[in-house]
Design a protein around this ligand. Structure first.
Ligand code: COI
Length: 357
């Protein structure tokens, strides 16, 4: 990494928590590294950021983010490769999506260089938290929220941008059972579905809880108007293999989050000559393919979940069992290839990997 003119001041923790970590029993997202990055927006400008010991953030009871939900986030990961270096994977895509989310939520965008430097300097300082163990990584959570102390409704004039890190293993411990949603909605055309806005996740909790009570892990979201087109699955993008074609809902609709893992999967599959269709995907065609056994694979793609095979699709009162995991050659190859690029056992032909330290 070249030396950056943007050097953030650091206040180090006096006692690292690293020694006490039980790596064999690591719950997703509940353990945090030693430091965090904090930067404030005020007087029309982002102020100089700093790295501080990880700890609580004080808030005013009228802080507008908790009343009106002006709050966005990102999810990215740092990995340790076979050469023991710490790397980030396509971090510029997260920086760019953060800018898009901010502008949709009427928040001041963070310039890409500042976002990337903040991530790099924080991960570099906490690099001992990126362990050399298969399936483990350091989940990085940049987020921004409105901090005006005001219960009137208007765009806030002050914000906080924070980055925290959490060492993680697998998000899903088993193949995922999903239910196609026919009533509730994640996002509507003209809404904020494309933004990684906190409220999108809050709105998904109740329908997801109903699906979990019915024995599923997650929902497959459908379009708000007709519930006949597939959009996403839970917190992941969704992809299908039918008759050897890789098919995924197109991002043209502003209801679908532009996932970096999905984009990478499509880029890789394209470079291997796999036929790809990014288009509207109907519920009917997926059910029909499941019935006539041309649905060879279905999987979710996301930063936290990576590539998560779907084992069962529920629709109305029927359940469709998908083919065995061993038969899913394309998603297995994609998963292994992605993993290989990240750990350095497979050439990073597209220059997706960025070394941190
Ligand atoms: C991610 O994959 O980074 C997500 O945003 C999912 C998160 C809600 C755990």
């Amino acid at each position: 990494m070249s030396v950056s003119p943007l050097q953030f001041p650091v206040t180090r923790t006096t006692k690292s928590k690293l020694e006490g970590i039980d790596w064999e029993n690591l719950p997703f997202g509940k353990v945090f590294s030693d430091h965090m990055f904090v930067m404030e927006y005020a007087d029309g400008n982002w102020q100089h950021g700093e790295i501080l010991p990880f700890g609580p953030i004080q808030m005013h009871p009228a802080m507008s983010a908790i009343h009106y939900g002006q709050s966005i986030f990102e999810g990215m990961k740092a990995y340790r490769n076979l050469g023991k270096e710490v790397i980030l994977f396509r971090p510029e895509l997260n920086a760019q999506r953060f800018i898009e989310s901010a502008s949709r939520m009427c928040m001041p965008p963070i310039p890409e260089t500042i976002f990337l430097e903040a991530v790099r300097q924080l991960v570099s300082l906490d690099s001992d938290w990126v362990i050399n163990k298969q399936g483990y990584s350091l989940y990085i959570r940049p987020f921004m929220f409105a901090t005006d102390e005001f219960v009137g409704i208007k765009p806030s004039e002050t914000y906080k941008f924070v980055i925290i890190c959490s060492p993680v293993g697998a998000y899903y411990s088993e193949p995922v059972k999903v239910k196609i949603e026919e009533f509730y909605t994640r996002a509507a055309v003209g809404g904020v579905g494309r933004a990684k806005a906190a409220g999108n996740y809050a709105a998904s909790l109740y329908p997801a809880k109903l699906a979990q009570q019915a024995g599923y892990h997650q929902l497959v979201w459908t379009d708000a108007k007709t519930h006949s087109y597939i959009e996403e699955s839970g917190t992941m993008n969704i992809l299908f293999v039918i008759n050897d074609k890789l098919i995924t809902p197109s991002e043209e609709a502003d209801t679908i989050l532009r996932g970096t893992t999905k984009r990478t999967v499509l880029d890789l599959a394209k470079s291997w000559g796999v036929p790809i269709e990014e288009r509207q995907v109907t519920v009917d065609e997926i059910i029909e393919a499941a019935k006539n056994q041309t649905l060879q694979d279905a999987f979710g793609a996301g930063t936290a979940a990576t590539i998560a095979p779907i084992s069962v699709i529920g629709f109305k009162d029927q359940q469709f069992q998908l083919p065995s995991l061993e038969s899913r050659t394309l998603s297995l190859k994609l998963k292994n290839h992605l993993e290989g690029i990240k750990i350095g056992s497979i050439e990073d032909a597209q220059n997706w990997v960025q070394k941190v330290c």
